[in-house]
Design a protein. Sequence first.
Length: 442
Amino acid sequence: MKRLFKGARVVDPVNGRDGAFDVLVDGDRIARVDRDLPASLADGSEVVTLPAGLVICPGFIDMHVHLREPGQEHKETVATGVASAVAGGFTAVACMPNTNPVNDNAGVTRLILQKAQEANLARVYPIGAVSRGQKGEQLADIAELREAGCVAFTDDGHPIATAMLARRTLEYTSMFGIPVIEHCEDPSLKADGCAHEGPNAAALGLKGIPGVAEAITASRDILLAEMTGGHVHIAHMSAWTTLEAVRQGKSRGVKVTCEVAPHHFTLTDELLGAPIPYDTNTKMNPPLRETRDRDAMLAGIIDGSVDVIATDHAPHAADEKNVEFDRAPFGIVGLETAIPISLHTLVHPGLITLSRLVELMSVNPARILSVTGGSLSEGAPADITILDLERTVTIDRARLRSKSKNTPYHGWTFRGAVAATLVAGRVVFADEASGVSLGARG
Ligand SMILES: [Zn+2]
Ligand SMILES: [Zn+2]
């Protein structure tokens, strides 16, 4: 079937578009994007006139998500994870290998892909483990995992255990032109820390994790990427010192890219003490840091040093989080809050343009992972995120599609929402509150 979208602003940086365009979707593809396309092009199918304030963008891609299946289905499954993704405006997610069993073999990769196919909502790109069992000893079978569909490699949850293993991984993945995603953390400096090392953690009696614990591992891997010609992608960057290392690497031409999670450019460790002291929904790894770090993440997003906004969606059950701060697991859910947070704190105040946000959340993740998407080019798959710039949303954890509700943003109000999500031309999410009427599900 065909569907012609009229009246919307189209933001598609790859094709240099930001303005009023019509978009014709034919089946699972983008057929035409141009000004004032005639309704007759829809061949009697649906013509959708979008209300003012709605924006058509290439589908957003979250390249850092924990779907928890196999092994921890009480926190999330592939099915609930992708339901959360499309409600949050993401047409695709890349999922981390720290499941149980670990995604270190083709069997697990195929299981994840099969579950994703059954759910049939967002696209799912598995990320393979660097080491067998993520134990940091033997390299996993990178070729087999890639063949099965893994788009990148990481031991996320932990850093790659040794410089030698990181070197071998970068050498090997460089042959395939795929990135190594690094969870940067020096284990000896992190020790049993559970919050950012500084006055706030000290006042609350919490053991600290210094920012340089992150920067040291990032620096190691940037040097190794430079030596090997491999591509290292720094996950969930949080410390200003890490950003400095990334900038220096980029200036030398090293293949280094990086991502920042919404909580690291909006929140600081002051939240550990108030309004809810020791709220375990403020505990994540890397931890919320101090103002200097938060402001550096914003600066990097503004000046182009940061390549990607990714959520590090990390669902945990209520009873797991409802314990003493130092015993609670690290992590928060993020898929359904990332777009409202980003529109509200980055785009509306004018820190970045909407076009730059599309680069951070669609163009660059597609490019880094070498996956489909990132543009509304004619002939491309019709993966589309429709934003509603003006609608305000108040985050209500009870209404999250994710199986887990661990968010520090409960009750927060943001200006900017997701109106609809289309994957391969099919409407997989639509919020009637945005006034989008999308007829029969194609
Ligand atoms: Zn991590
Ligand atoms: Zn993670």
